[in-house]
Design a protein around this ligand. Structure first.
Ligand SMILES: [Zn+2]
Length: 325
């Protein structure tokens, strides 16, 4: 693996790189950021660089150590919580036990702990002890979606690195490797929410968000062209889609914003460019001065704070009907 294979996160890559060259590597890092930002990938490249015997800006990928890391076979690279479930006390005991032993064949031992906030309290307390007096030849990298869920003492004894969303432009230029359909690339970048891996998955069809989008756009069209009885007809649909409701609301909000862009002749800003005709039709039937966007934000909040699900969905459908006549 190479640093250059991890897209975006240039500042983070540069600072990790510099720390190896200047010999200022910390003993514990926290990589924090949403899923799909390349935290694990970057942790692996960093580990490989630290273990490589010929490191020079990039790991060499030919030394014995690099070959072992690339095949997940290096005895000094330990990955904890591979399946991203709960981290038990025994796993941390294993870590503590091996931390104070010498590395098998490299100068260092590297530990990558996935979803580190899933440590049980006992595990976290035991882990804290290793951070009090960390062995010099050890580097621990904690990966987490939210460092607020870690014990504060762990955070204060670590170097925290925050992974930020990648810009739409960076994602678009990266996705050109996968497709030459510019409209499709832009659509994937827009729906990737700043997560490069998500963008790639959309392009490769592993993420079904664009298919879901078409389903929801058709549904939206049906809702605004039907009598209020449709709310009862859709009851079972929304009950089945309960786990997807955040996504559905987001797709609807993007759609409504697009309609507003079209009404205001701001077609450049439209995300669903492949549905421009339908957006124009919906734009003609949208009531002026509607507060539907604010209302949808409220709906989204209510869903998150577990307000009665059926009632919230019914209110949303009613409001959509009211806003388009
Ligand atoms: Zn190497």
């Amino acid at each position: 693996m190479y640093f250059s294979q991890v897209a975006g996160q240039e500042e983070i890559k540069a600072s990790l790189n510099k720390s190896i060259i200047n010999n200022t590597v910390s003993h514990c890092y926290i990589f924090e950021g949403p899923k799909g930002m390349g935290k694990y990938q970057l942790a692996l490249v960093f580990a490989q660089s630290l273990l490589c015997s010929n490191f020079d800006i990039e790991p060499c990928n030919v030394c014995n150590s690099c070959i072992k890391v690339n095949s997940f076979n290096h005895p000094d690279l330990h990955i904890i919580n591979e399946d991203e479930k709960n981290i038990k006390r025994e796993e941390i005991d294993y870590l503590i036990d091996s931390v104070y032993k010498k590395p098998y064949e490299s100068k260092r031992k590297i530990y990558i702990i996935k979803e580190a906030h899933l440590m049980t309290v006992q595990a976290a307390n035991a882990f804290l002890k290793t951070l009090e007096e960390p062995p010099l030849d050890t580097v621990i990298i904690l990966l987490t979606t939210n460092s607020n869920l870690l014990i504060p003492t762990i955070v204060s004894r670590s170097q925290e690195i925050k992974f930020r969303n990648v810009s739409k432009e960076t994602i678009m230029s990266y996705l050109k490797k996968y497709s030459d359909d510019n409209l499709f690339i832009e659509l994937a970048a827009n729906y990737s929410q700043g997560m490069l891996n998500k963008g790639v998955n959309i392009i490769e069809g592993k993420d079904q968000i664009l298919q879901k989008r078409e389903e929801i756009i058709k549904l939206f069209d049906r809702i605004i062209n039907s009598s209020p009885e449709i709310i009862y007809e859709l009851e079972s649909y929304f009950e089945e889609e309960k786990d997807n409701i955040d996504l559905i609301i987001e797709i609807i909000m993007i759609w409504i914003r697009d309609i507003i862009y079209v009404i205001n002749n701001l077609e450049d800003l439209v995300i669903n460019k492949d549905f421009l005709q339908l957006l124009k039709i919906h734009g003609k039937s949208m009531k002026k001065n509607s507060d539907i966007i604010e209302f949808m934000e409220k709906i989204s909040e209510n869903i998150r704070s577990n307000v009665n699900y059926k009632l919230t969905v019914d209110n949303m459908l009613l409001k959509i009907q009211e806003a388009f006549k």
